[in-house]
Write a protein of this length. Sequence first.
Lengths: 151, 151
Amino acid sequence: MIELDETDRQILRALRTDASLSAGEIGRRLGLSQPAAWRRIRRLTENGVIAGRRLVLDREALGFGVTVFLGVKLATKGRVSLDEFERAAAAIPEVQTIEHVLGLYDYRLRVVARDLADFERILRRRIMTLPGAGNVEANVMLSEERLVGPL
Amino acid sequence: MLDDLDRRILRHLQPQPGIGTAALSEAAGTTPAVCSRRIARMRDRGILKGQEAVIDWHRLGYSVQVSLRFTLDKTQTNAFDIFIREARKVPEVLEIQTFLGGVDLRLAIIARDMAHYQHLYRSRILTLPHIADIEALVHVARIKDAEALPL
């Protein structure tokens, strides 16, 4: 486990909201020299604390008006391998995330679609036909916010 | 509206937001000058909202992630607003989504271990206002998490 000091936390907080900030800008905000900020960012990236960057896009402006969270229960555990379900689900472009979970469902999927009619098509043709897929529950997302987390 | 070139640029930028303009323009089949102009235009229009760093919480010692799905007591006016306002104050909450469907609301929450989770659950989650019901899905593995849009 990697221990962070207060300066590392401040750097992560800044990059969490804007990953395009340069080392110089971060240094200026936190009262560090550009090389000192750069060294810390490089260390956080090399040790994997910063796993990558994500583009923040306006989904609706790009024509994806609907985001749905699906809970999927496998009907035929054992006979069909989990690998097979995971591979097939991961290959669907509209499926943004797949999480293997314990609880009411076996998998949690985040799916984007143009509209509800498009979502229904994806659900019928691609999700319900996944190998081993059983009961599926859908919840249409109305709003979302992401927080910085315990930094 | 977006044209094919805008989409090509986003398609190449999405999986590698740190890519330089030279490499991006080459991949999208245009010149760096045009590429920069298009990116600036998409930014001005709010289609490209920015970039955020992805933090690997495992590396920071948070080994437990749970999806908590809530049904709220809607006989209370403003139950959603009051609940969300309180949920934001819990540092371990990473995401808050609201839904149309069987589930009203979801929190993604992280904890150092199961003992820490149990503590958070009792002291910070069960004490949130206007809860009618809670279901938990414990994350086992992430199969796909790029959260990319199929552009």
